[in-house]
Design a protein around this ligand. Structure first.
Ligand SMILES: [Fe+2]
Length: 239
């Protein structure tokens, strides 16, 4: 399975997953249909599935147009069936979603929204975390509680250390400033920031990131208690 990273809207990432043998493809979080259509037409792939991590417009904005054009199926969390446009398939926590050569475990990760999910393509060692886990950060707690968000992030810590993390936005540099401000002696973080800056100056993405790196550098994953996580999340909201 090959992953193509598509920049959408202001700073969103959509991901096209391509099975190279069949050229069947999934899109994760199409915030906008135009760049996706562009890629599909130029690469002659078949967009069969649209996977949404949550219902926010910048993650589902392309659903209707893409579904209409390619007759794709829309997959989302069962409890969000009334707010994910054009949803066809409802998935639940810990379910395995399997179609063609695609196989992902669903993790319900409430906090940013109550119905947020992540897609873990475990055979390919990749997880798509939407607006729950970012590189060096985590999503704002908008609908859920800090407790839920902390528990959601803890689910990711159990995955294999070399898991590649694909998140919903390019927020890495601004997140790194916050991590550095409250974890200023972390030499691994400083190393990672150098790499991030180099990538961005070469117009490259900072995703995917590795779980291993995030466990050492992401201050929200390093938080050992709900209390310290909550304090950090509040500080970040006003940073
Ligand atoms: Fe969001």
């Amino acid at each position: 399975m090959r992953v193509e990273i598509i920049k959408c809207l202001q700073d969103n990432y959509s991901y096209i997953l391509i099975d190279e043998a069949s050229l069947n493809a999934c899109i994760i979080d199409p915030g906008d249909s135009k760049p996706i259509i562009n890629f599909i037409e130029n690469n002659n792939i078949k967009l069969k599935y649209i996977l949404n991590t949550h219902h926010h417009y910048d993650h589902v904005g392309g659903n209707s147009e893409l579904k209409k054009r390619y007759r794709s199926e829309v997959i989302g969390f069962k409890d969000d069936r009334h707010r994910i446009p054009e949803i066809d398939i409802f998935v639940s926590d810990n379910e395995i979603w399997k179609k063609d050569n695609f196989e992902a475990k669903i993790y319900h990760t409430p906090g940013h929204t109550t119905g947020h999910i992540a897609f873990h393509f475990y055979k390919d060692n990749k997880i798509f975390t939407g607006d729950t886990l970012f590189s060096l950060g985590c999503g704002k707690v908008l609908e859920g509680t800090h407790e839920q968000m902390f528990a959601s992030l803890n689910k990711f810590k159990e995955l294999p250390l070399d898991t590649e993390i694909y998140c919903g936005h390019e927020y890495t540099l601004q997140n790194s400033n916050f991590c550095l401000a409250y974890d200023s002696t972390n030499s691994k973080l400083k190393e990672k920031i150098k790499i991030i800056k180099k990538k961005l100056s070469n117009n490259l993405t900072t995703v995917p990131t590795q779980l291993n790196d995030e466990l050492e550098c992401n201050i929200f994953l390093k938080a050992k208690s709900l209390e310290s996580f909550s304090i950090l999340r509040d500080l970040k909201d006003n940073f």
